[in-house]
Design a protein around this ligand. Structure first.
Ligand code: ADP
Ligand code: MG
Length: 210
């Protein structure tokens, strides 16, 4: 049977990468958000661990990214280094035929080496809030061309005390990027963050595993 991801207007390079990954059918959360993200709508998505949230944002982001533009076109914020690397692997796998470069910025790693990496090829940046903000302040990460922003595991970000860093990073963005917020739960402070930066977000809640 034909890969069900072909129902979306995705590049052949992306569809081929999904075939290679064995992703033949969108999960429930992916089916709920991918068309909206492709249309440039902000989204708030609540769903369980293991429901396929990473590919839900990675597919539209990799589809959008242009290899010829050597600059951060999307920014993905993760609460921990481990999650940042997992997400990088998925972006890399989905963007492999486009040869997308996905530097990971996290604390505790030499700043100079990250700066060198950023100066080579950069298409999609994944990072933890403290270090990403540090690069913004030093002027070593240019966010002016970022069109897609993901706040992943937002409830964890809040629990770990990263929400103000996230807010400060978002203040460095220019224009009207597409905002995506993924969380297991929402609460007053996340609602306030969403209200500050998002425009009529589509709110999706998936209860069951797929
Ligand atoms: P979440 O972020 O919601 O916790 P992940 O994005 O880590 O979930 O995905 C969980 C697992 O499902 C991963 O191993 C991923 O490779 C797999 N996966 C994601 N989307 C699909 C799909 N459409 N088809 C098959 N497997 C998928
Ligand atoms: Mg996840």
């Amino acid at each position: 049977m034909e890969n069900q991801f072909r129902q979306y207007p995705l590049e052949e390079d992306i569809l081929g990468a999904l075939d290679a990954l064995g992703y033949t059918q969108p999960t429930e959360i992916q089916a709920a958000v991918i068309p909206s993200i492709l249309n440039g709508r902000d989204i708030i998505a609540k769903s369980k661990t293991g429901s396929g949230k990473t590919a839900a944002f990675a597919i539209p982001i990799c589809n959008f990214a242009d290899w010829e533009q050597n600059t951060a076109q999307a920014l993905v914020l993760e609460p921990t280094r481990e999650l940042a690397f997992q997400v990088k692997d998925e972006l890399y796998a989905i963007g492999r035929f486009k040869r997308l470069k996905v530097p990971v910025l996290y604390g505790g790693f030499p700043m100079e080496k990250q700066i060198l990496t950023l100066k080579q090829k950069t298409h999609i940046v994944v990072g933890t809030p403290g270090r990403v903000l540090d690069h913004c302040k030093r002027g070593t990460l240019d966010l002016s061309k970022v069109r897609y922003v993901v706040i992943d595991e937002a409830d964890l970000m809040l629990d770990m005390g990263f929400i103000e860093d996230v807010r400060n990073i978002l203040m460095h963005l220019e224009g009207k990027p597409v905002f995506m917020l993924f969380s297991a739960t929402m609460g007053e402070r996340l609602e306030a963050l969403a209200a500050q930066f998002m425009h009529e977000p589509l709110e999706v809640k998936i209860e069951n595993d797929t």
